[in-house]
Design a protein. Sequence first.
Length: 54
Amino acid sequence: MTAPVLYVVACAAGPASEVGALVGEAVDTGWDVCVIGTPVAVEAASSTCRGWPR
């Protein structure tokens, strides 16, 4: 059985720094997560996200 997939779209707004927490919680509960972000959002979230970019 495949895991559900969560797509997260983030821009450079303040909450982008919290994307890592969202991704972590989703992964811990069995979700595959794809993050689509602007370059600034990816930079802000990269310190808290785990895994690897695709």
